[in-house]
Design a binder for this molecule. Structure first.
Ligand SMILES: C[S@@+](CC[C@H](N)C(=O)[O-])C[C@H]1O[C@@H](n2cnc3c(N)ncnc32)[C@H](O)[C@@H]1O
Length: 286
């Protein structure tokens, strides 16, 4: 990597950003990426970059920034390079152990908060990853008892760190393959953003997903293997009248409705994302 190519030491904030925009111009969001990376290296907000464009950046920080820009140019997700992603109201640590939380998953949080569920609800987040959904729900509903599980030990450790960092120490996280370590616990609400990508999907060779674990993404040929398990096994872990809400692919809503019907759930409904695609399906245990 030739980090200093075409840019001498002692560059200003504006010069570094201009250099980075050019380096990243083939990407989807060169300006946002460059600003996030420079703000991270300077340990400042994006506002600082706009307020101090003529500030000369220390050589060591310039070198660090240029190296990160070159890694971004090679495709590494910005969230992995800076170690953080904002989700809902929270700042979450992210690592390559699990999925980087996506803005579309905020739709699931939004919809879960609108369900008719009492103040002392017991809530389970299946495949919690960074803890994004569990922690957002606990932040909004401090009286809910929220548990998140993940099959990956390092993801569970990450979610626990995120709980502490976001002052939500009451949210519990444990390692479990779906319900295996949950014994006979029952819940008022089960939420999940499980792996749901088809194993041969072209999407897997594009963008950030190339750097995320396959265990967080794919679920068999039609992407429904984990969703089938969750819909079937949730029945034994939901209270009467309890809700199951699942995020899924834009082309999977009909299959989810069929599965929910097959297992005799009621009040099945879908919610669409900003692109008008159904991405959430929920239903109630009768
Ligand atoms: C699509 S990611 C979602 C992560 C997080 N909930 C989010 O929305 O950002 C799916 C998560 O499910 C976890 N997972 C995969 N198989 C699992 C299983 N059998 N039991 C529990 N978790 C599983 C993965 O490790 C991953 O963290």
């Amino acid at each position: 990597m030739e980090a200093n190519e075409h840019l001498s030491a002692g560059a200003t904030v504006a010069e570094l950003l201009a250099w980075a925009f050019q380096q990243l111009s083939a990407g989807e969001s060169p300006k946002t990426d460059a600003r996030l990376l420079l703000a991270h290296c300077l340990d400042q907000s994006s506002t600082y970059l706009m307020t101090w464009p003529d500030k000369i950046v220390e050589t060591s920080i310039q070198t660090q920034f240029q190296q990160l820009v070159m890694q971004r140019k090679m495709g590494h997700p910005v969230a992995h390079l800076i170690g953080t992603r904002y989700f809902w109201t929270l700042s979450l640590e992210v690592t390559p152990d699990t999925l980087i939380p996506r803005p579309e998953t905020e739709l699931l949080v939004e919809q879960a908060l609108q369900l008719p569920i009492g103040p002392n609800a017991k809530v389970l987040d299946l495949g919690t990853g960074t803890g994004a959904i569990a922690l957002s729900l606990a932040y909004e509903k401090p009286t809910w008892q929220v548990i998140g599980v993940d099959i990956v030990d390092d993801a569970v450790a990450l979610a626990k760190r995120n709980a502490i960092a976001n002052q939500l120490p009451d949210v519990k996280f444990l390692q479990s393959s779906w319900f295996t370590h949950l014994s006979a616990k029952t819940f008022d609400l089960i939420v999940s953003n499980p792996p749901y990508v088809e194993s041969d999907s072209q999407y897997l060779s594009q963008g950030d997903v190339r750097f995320e674990p396959i265990t967080a993404l794919t679920a068999g040929k039609d992407g429904l293997d984990d969703i089938k398990i969750i819909i079937e096994q949730s029945l034994a872990h939901l209270k009467k009248g309890g809700w199951l809400m699942i995020e899924h692919g834009y082309n999977q809503a009909t299959e989810l409705a069929t599965l929910f019907t097959q297992y005799k759930y009621t009040n099945i409904f879908h919610k669409k994302d900003l692109n008008n695609q159904p991405r959430i399906t929920a239903a109630q245990k009768p």
